[in-house]
Design a protein around this ligand. Sequence first.
Ligand code: C5P
Length: 235
Amino acid sequence: MGGVGFLYEGKTKIVEAIDDDSVILTFKDDITAGDGAKHDVMQKKGQMCSEITSRLMHYLNTKGVYTMFMNYVPPNKIRARKLKMIPLEVIVRFKKAGSFVRRYGGQEGEDLQSPLVEFTYKSDVMHDPLMCIEHLEVLGIVDRNTALKVIESAKESAKLLKEFFEIHNFELWDIKFEYGTDSEGNICLGDEISPDTMRLRKAGEIFDKDIYRRDLGNPMEKYEVVLGVCQSILL
Ligand code: C5P
C-alpha cells in the first residue's frame, strides 16, 4: 500500500499516512462556506472540531457503527483508519433547511415526514451536484448495492446522534457524512462530525456553521458549548 507521509490537504484538514493502515488527520483552524468562496481562520476551531469528531465517532463505534476513529491525538489530530474515500456527501435530513428549502420550498425547521437521505458529488467547481442512485451507478461512483448500504448506515448513524443530542435538549436538523472503504472493502464512516457538518439547534438558537454562513456572530462560542455536551462521551 501507500507507505508513510503527506497524502492530501483539504479546506479544513490535512491527511498524512503513518503506516499502511492508518492516517493522522490534522484539523485546521480554517472555516469556509459557499464552496470555499467565504474563508476565515478561527482560533481553536481545529482543536474543537477534532475533539467533537473523536467523541461522536467513538460514541457511534460503541453503538456498533464502523467508523474511521482510532484515537484522539490532542489538541487537533485524530488517528484514523486509512480509507479510500468515496467522493460523495451523504446528507440525512430530519427537518427542512438550507439547500433543501432552496430546492423544494417549505419553512426552515419544518419536520420531514420521514428521514431523507441525499447524495451530492464532492466538487467545489460543480457546486456539489445532487445525485440519485442512477447517477451513482451510471457515472461509476458506487454500485446500487453500496449506495443502499450507505443509505442504511447514514440513517442509523444520524438517528443515534439525534437521540444523543436530544438527551441534552438539542435538535439535530440535518447532518452530512462521508464514507470510504477500508483495505478489505468494508464501508466505513470517515471525515468529520462537528458543528461544521450538521445543523444543531436548541430553543431557537443556532449551534452550527449557519452562524458563520449567515454572519450571525462568533460561531466558536457555540462550538464550545457543543464540545461541552460531547465531553459527556468518555474516550
Ligand atoms: O446546505 P445544505 O442544506 O445542503 O446542508 C445540509 C447539511 O450538510 C448541513 O448540516 C451542512 O452543514 C452539511 N454540509 C456539509 N458540507 C457541505 C454541504 C453541506 O457539511 N459541503
